[in-house]
Design a binder for this molecule. Structure first.
Ligand SMILES: N[C@H](CCC[C@H](N)C(=O)O)C(=O)O
Length: 257
């Protein structure tokens, strides 16, 4: 079976996207892991299926590169919105459903997308870290020198700790200025550091706000590029949470399964 796909990245977090609105393809976990494999397949951090939705232009189904379906992907949401617009599934404002509810995306420029994320009504502050769910679970640690942090070793230990039976993503955050941070992320389901993580930088920005930097717009430097997170805080809830940044269509192709 030949399956057409497009390859995108959003600030270096890369994805294979397949238009499955016709429900023509049923992909096994093994097939998805093969497609995402950096040597044997196309290679990506994750894979998304565009599926029919009764409630919005489409449904975004997200899989990590281990082949397992997972929770919301912020950078993936920005890329899938760009692709959906390019194939005429939506206009300049794109509404879609994700596993964590409805999302709206806006095309700010041909390669720049702004995505509305879920509201966040709970942030757990523990000694030495924060835990919050921004569409995916995130354990957020502040450090003085993130560039020289062993993200994979430290991230893996936290991700597989008994604290998180379902696992978690782990974000290492260095405050550069009152509204500028540097973030590196170990991603669950990729089981490695990714060059950026959308739900991760949202978690990092909110934790930075709570930890004494009461800004509501943050510029986040990542190894894959610069992202922006903005939000408001009302009645004990972070609302109007937006993730903005670059998207890039890299190539299209067909993979033989
Ligand atoms: N690995 C994450 C999902 C993708 C998150 C990340 N790629 C993003 O941009 O939000 C998890 O399984 O919780």
């Amino acid at each position: 079976m030949e399956v057409p796909f497009v390859k995108y990245h959003g600030a270096g977090n890369d994805f294979v996207i397949i238009d499955n609105t016709s429900a023509a393809y049923t992909l096994t976990r093994e097939a998805i892991a093969f497609i995402c494999h950096r040597r044997f397949g196309v290679g990506s951090d994750g894979l998304m299926l565009i599926e029919k939705s009764e409630e919005a232009a489409f449904y975004m189904r997200y899989f990590n590169s281990d082949g397992n379906e997972s929770t919301m992907c912020g950078n993936g949401g920005r890329c899938i919105a760009h692709f959906a617009h390019s194939i005429g599934l939506a206009g300049e404002s794109i509404s879609f459903m994700g596993i964590d509810g409805p999302h709206q995306a806006t095309i700010l420029a041909p390669d720049r997308i702004k995505l509305k994320m879920k509201n966040i009504d709970r942030v757990d502050h523990h000694p030495g870290y924060y835990f919050l769910d921004t569409g995916s679970p995130h354990h957020v640690v502040f450090k003085d020198d993130v560039r020289n942090t062993d993200v994979v070793t430290e991230g893996k230990n936290i991700r597989y700790s008994d604290k998180y039976p379902a696992g978690t993503n782990v974000d290492f955050v260095e405050i550069l200025d009152t509204n500028r941070i540097f973030v590196r992320t170990y991603e669950r389901g990729v089981e490695d550091e990714t060059l950026s993580c959308g739900t991760g930088v949202v978690a990092a920005a909110i934790a930075t706000n709570i930890s004494g930097n009461p800004k509501d717009v943050f510029i986040i430097e990542t190894r894959g590029g610069e992202l922006e997170v903005s939000f408001s805080y009302q009645k004990n809830e972070f609302i109007d949470v937006y993730l903005t940044g670059p998207v890039k269509f890299v190539f299209s192709g067909k993979i033989v399964l």
